[in-house]
Every structure is written in C-alpha cells, then in structure tokens.
Design a protein around this ligand. Structure first.
Ligand SMILES: C[S@@+](CC[C@H](N)C(=O)[O-])C[C@H]1O[C@@H](n2cnc3c(N)ncnc32)[C@H](O)[C@@H]1O
Length: 205
C-alpha cells in the first residue's frame, strides 16, 4: 500500500507553502499564492490561518486540515463520508491526528452542515470529488448552507479544476461561481477553483 506524500509534487494542491507571489487579501484566512512552475494557483493556509475556525468540508486524508493546523488555526472542522478513507487516515503517517484543534466527523457534510450555527466559521475550504460523482456538493442548497455558516468577511475557496471541459463542453467553475453568487457570495474564478467572499449582507433565500 502506498500513500500520497503531501510534500510530493503530485500531491495535494493545498500542501504547498510558497511564500512568494501572495495575491489575496491580508485579512483572509486563506491566501492564494502563485506556483511559478505550473503557472497556476494553490491555496496557502499556512500564513494567515492563525486564530481562525475553518470548515474543511471534504476531509479526505486530512492534508488540507494539516495545512490549516500548521498555519495555527484554532479550530478545524473536517467531515468525511467514506469509512474506508477514515480508516486510511488512521494508518497514513501523513494524516494529522484528530483531537485538539481538529475535529473529524464521519458523516455526509450536506447533512451535517445543517447542525452548524450561523456564521460559525471564518473560512471554508471545499475540495469535493468531481461534479459527476458528487453533484450534491455543487448544489444550490449546499452553497446556501456554506453562505449561512460562514461569518461576515469570511472566505471560501472551492476547488473545481476543469472537469468535463474537454468532453462535454460544460464549464463547471463558471457554473459554480454563478450558483455561489446566488447564495450571496461575491465569487470569481481563481486558479484551480473559485474564490468567494461574504462581503456585505448575506442574501436570504
Ligand atoms: C478530493 S477528496 C478531499 C481531499 C482532502 N482535501 C485532503 O486534504 O485529503 C474528497 C473527499 O470527499 C469525501 N466526500 C465525498 N462526498 C462527501 C460528503 N457528502 N460529505 C463528506 N465527505 C465527502 C470523499 O470520500 C473524499 O475523501
């Protein structure tokens, strides 16, 4: 059995901690930094996560959560639906230990999020499986919930990649941005996904 080494080049996009080329706001919990070699962006939560409560919607092996913890987040709320992935985390040396600042809930985040209080997190990292196999994580109903739990001036990074572009012609990142706007976010395409902020008043639906 082998594991993804989070320091490896092909590993997670959020495990890179480049300090140059910072382009996002100083006040945000998440910074986007350029990755010169690939010409794309990765999310760096290492510098400005300090003191923040972060919702990590799709926990996976925990590399996103580990980056948040490394950055000094005071609370990381991770959700993971797949029992096998939870088991893998327990034997993967690169997965962070749960407990302390990291709470891992085994469950479907589209259900569990309803239990979260309004405006209870400072930032959200949404790294779902691709649209074709987890459409509910790209739905208007779920985005409305993301808008509800994110505090004022909070920041959301929604990883999308560019699935389906070459095959079906669908532009998932653009569709995501439109739906996020309907949920009350100010959203723009950014690097490998969509960056959205809770600027101003939330739109109630
Ligand atoms: C792209 S991976 C996330 C990787 C993660 N960012 C990391 O650092 O390891 C997506 C994960 O979401 C999980 N998942 C899929 N649907 C989910 C749901 N409704 N609620 C919670 N987790 C879900 C999958 O089992 C998978 O582990």
């Amino acid at each position: 059995m082998s594991f993804l080494d989070p320091s490896g080049a092909s590993a997670l996009r959020w495990a890179l901690f480049l300090k140059d080329g910072t382009i996002a706001s100083q006040n945000s919990a998440i910074r986007l930094v350029t990755r010169p070699a690939a010409g794309s962006y990765v999310v760096d939560v290492g510098g400005t996560a300090r003191g923040k409560a972060i919702l990590d919607t799709c926990g996976g092996l925990g590399y996103t959560a580990a980056a948040c913890l490394k950055g000094g987040a005071t609370r990381v709320l991770s959700y993971e639906k797949n029992e096998d992935v939870i088991w893998l985390r327990s034997v993967n040396p690169w997965s962070p230990q749960t407990g302390g600042a990291l709470a891992l809930t085994h469950g479907d985040v589209t259900v569990e999020i309803a239990k979260m209080r309004d405006a209870s997190v400072d930032a959200i990292l949404h790294d779902p499986p691709r649209f074709g196999i987890a459409g509910e994580l790209y739905s208007q109903a779920f985005y409305d919930q993301l808008a509800r739990v994110l505090g004022r001036k909070g920041l959301l990074f929604h990883y999308t990649g560019s699935p389906n572009k070459l095959t079906t012609g669908r532009d998932v990142p653009r569709e995501v941005a439109q739906r996020l706007r309907r949920a009350g976010f100010v959203a723009e395409l950014h690097g490998d996904g969509v960056l959205a902020t809770k600027a101003g008043r939330r739109k109630h639906r």
